[in-house]
Design a protein around this ligand. Sequence first.
Ligand code: HEC
Ligand code: HEC
Length: 480
Amino acid sequence: MSARVWRLLVVVLAGAVAGCAEDASQMRFAQNADIAKPVHRKARAVVEKTLEEHFGTPLNSVAWLKLPVNYGKAEGKVKSVDGRSVIVDFNAETSDLESLKSPELSRAGLLFTSGANQGKSFLLASYDASEKSFETLTALETAPAEGDQFVVAGQNLRHGRKLYARHCQHCHGINGDGDGTTAKYLNPRPRDYRLGIFKFTSTNKDTKASRDDLKRIVSQGIPGTYMPAFVPMLKENELAVLIEYVRWLAMRGELEVQLLKDLKNDYAADRARKEAQETKASTSDIEKQIAKQLEEYVANPTEGLAAFIETVTGDMVSAWEGAETADTVIMPPVPRVPDTAESRERGKALFVKTDGGKCINCHGPTGRGNGFQTEDFQKNDATGGFYEKRGLHDSWGEQIKPRDLTRGIYRGGRRPIDLYRRISQGIKGTPMPPVAATVKPEQVWDLVNYVLSVPFESASPKAAKAHSIAGQPNELGNAN
Ligand code: HEC
Ligand code: HEC
């Protein structure tokens, strides 16, 4: 491995869950079969190997320090060595000292970045915070010297993985494909993280989910679905490491999709067969040529695989980091329009306008979720053709229904600010479109006021009266 790469990868023993036997088939992350299908098997193997190098396996993970994942990382220097104990000094400025208190510090990765062990990776056995000394799982053959620098990393990844395996995996799958053992009974299906798309965010339409968004979802669950609320079951630090693990799986999935899609251009599954037909050359000769070409692509340092990974991960890093900046969070520029009968009327008028937000096309004239688009054949942007089945589809290729707004269940949260964000920015990964470009903020509030009144429109006069007395909370709400 080149010097550049080892600096970025730290192996962590992610570990099995106590009392829960994980069989051998679970020892690897299964490939994204839908995307891999049209790709040549040799190219698919390259993707698998690349991902294993940068992310490891479920039980033997790699903390790829280039990614904006809080793996738990501390940098230090060796002070002295006492038998197997290495006495150290952590750099408080560059270290997440809190993560050294992680219950999963043992089996975290240790990587020497200078000295005789430079570039070598070990697993920690224990760390004694009062003595500031650690021992490694296997003895260090060459004793480190005073001043040798090292990184300890991956304790959060290890902790996150353990919690994920216990609480999330049976729905969201080992690799985050949303296809865990209980997933097939659920509608909607658990989220497949591998596109890196999350639906219910506070961020603008072009920005990923922030840590706060994911935290809110995992804490509070998604009403009207099987996604449970994990507060108070999980503690604050547990939520934090779980969210890092989800983000890590999402980034892994995204890189996988990008690699497979890119390789498909030159290495389609049917390439040998097609070329053999066209050129009358033998399939085995073409297969050999494919293998050679692929080998060259992997080895080419400037225009090959490494360069592609560099570009894709660069974009991925900025995209995820962008979600953590305050200016990507949608804050309405005007306060909520008072929730009056007039405002609701204006909202309703916009709702049923076919050339405005087009709400009616999907949600239907009374918001039941039965607009005409649910019956039409819809265009599939990914293929340029039409979907086989009628109705709307999401980015995962699944059929999706517009919400029945008469039920008053809002998956992304029921605060006015949540609905403002949903309507103004749309719902990522779904056909629900953003309207911010054509509908003024005041009008978005009118729509919010109308949407919140829909469940009462069809209700008994008594309920409607109670509603108008109690009103909807008339505050802006807050992102957190
Ligand atoms: C019983 C099944 C189940 C379990 C267990 C479960 N989830 Fe989910 N999860 C779901 C479903 C279903 C959805 C999708 C709901 C939807 O699309 O509206 C979902 C969606 C999500 C989302 C996507 C939110 C968004 O904005 O797109 C995240 C993140 C998530 N779950 C994280 C977790 C984590 C972390 C755990 C474990 C601590 C977990 N889930 C456990 C079923 C589950
Ligand atoms: C092209 C179809 C389409 C159009 C147009 C559309 N929606 Fe939706 N809407 C959906 C779908 C699909 C969902 C469900 C998404 C999901 O949660 O998976 C949805 C969900 C919603 C939700 C539920 C949010 C939540 O947190 O559960 C609200 C509220 C909503 N839409 C309001 C509107 C309003 C107001 C308009 C017009 C400005 C509109 N929609 C236009 C398809 C559409």
